[in-house]
Design a protein around this ligand. Structure first.
Ligand code: SF4
Ligand SMILES: [Zn+2]
Length: 316
């Protein structure tokens, strides 16, 4: 399966090991409702050893292990663009606690650079959630949160994603983190391969609920985006269809109405414009979803006379 997924990839984007891919500034609603400044730093490092059929993160990775010293250099560059030391997310397109992705000898300098941040989020596959993660959390100045892709709780789709993770693996990692007071953020897919179109909404909501039950305090719904090669091949076989903006809106509206106590559900807005079939309403619809990320409340739908989006309107 790994070979099949990788054979369909195009070439990577060339990246320097000395510069971060980018820094994104946004506001984020935290569990409890507070809205804080959040900076996401996209680090260029080693490619993830897994080859999930839906993943396109490999495009911006280096060939070979992350060189010693490169991630602290990238973080230093990124910090020059970050004012408020509130929440920082370090996304390295792999597992932060995989020694190939983040050399253990770089940890001391990363910890120094992260001093003063109240919250630090890193991403990690459950296989790398262990002693190294907990030792990092103990030495970190602020509170550590580990982001794990749950993807889906669908019992047939999850094993077919080639993530090499069972639901029990996710649950065990979640339990280990929460026992040690390390935060858990979960990523859940909408438009997951191997799930029928009419069941997508239901399985995404079930996955959100499962993540919350396992202790995730932030749950991010990720609409699957095409373009990695494998998804296009699955689409030909009828095993995957691109997600529509209508379905994305309906799923997020419903997710915000779930009873999840103090867990925050967010929608990943990246590239949502690509899903739209109507240039007249796309900006307003994406802005509405962004506002809902901050308020945690479903807002009135946007009505569009051109495409018929929104209730009770006909195309002119
Ligand atoms: S584990 Fe995460 S980064 Fe690695 S291939 Fe899967 S989705 Fe991509
Ligand atoms: Zn429209």
């Amino acid at each position: 399966m790994d070979r099949w997924v990788r054979s369909l990839r195009r070439s990577k984007v060339s990246r320097s090991a000395d510069w971060p891919i980018g820094v994104v500034h946004e506001q984020e609603r935290r569990p409890g409702g507070e809205v804080v400044d959040a900076a996401t730093v996209f680090l260029a490092g080693a490619e993830c050893p897994f080859s999930c059929v839906f993943c396109d993160l490999w495009q911006h990775t280096l060939s070979g292990p992350s060189p010693l010293g490169s991630l602290p250099r990238q973080l230093t560059q990124a910090l020059g663009e970050i004012g408020q030391r509130s929440l920082i997310k370090l996304y390295n397109a792999s597992s932060f606690f995989d020694p190939t992705a983040v050399p253990p000898d770089d940890e001391a300098s990363m910890l120094r650079l992260l001093e003063g941040f109240a919250h630090v989020t890193v991403e990690c596959h459950p296989r790398f959630v262990g002693d190294r993660c907990f030792s990092f959390a103990d030495r970190l100045d602020g509170a550590l949160e580990v982001a794990i892709g749950l993807e889906t709780v669908h019992p047939e789709a999850l094993p077919r994603l080639n993530k090499k993770m069972t639901l029990a693996d996710f649950d065990a990692a979640a339990s280990a983190l929460t026992k040690r007071d390390v935060g858990l953020r979960a990523f859940v897919l909408l438009g997951c391969p191997f799930i029928a179109d009419e069941e997508q909404l239901d399985w995404t909501l079930r996955s959100v609920e499962h993540a919350a039950r396992c202790g995730a305090r932030t749950i991010s719904i990720i609409p699957v985006r095409g373009g990695n090669g494998a998804l296009e091949s699955l689409a030909v076989d009828g095993a995957w269809s691109p997600v529509t903006l209508d379905l994305t809106e309906e799923t997020f509206d419903r997710a915000l109405r779930l009873n999840l106590q103090d867990a925050v559900v967010q929608l990943d807005l990246w590239d949502l414009e690509r899903m739209s079939v109507c240039a007249h309403c796309v900006d307003a619809r994406v802005s509405r979803l962004g506002a809902m990320n901050l308020s945690g409340l479903a807002e009135a739908q946007i009505a569009c006379a051109w495409c018929g989006a929104g209730v009770g309107l006909d195309r002119p």
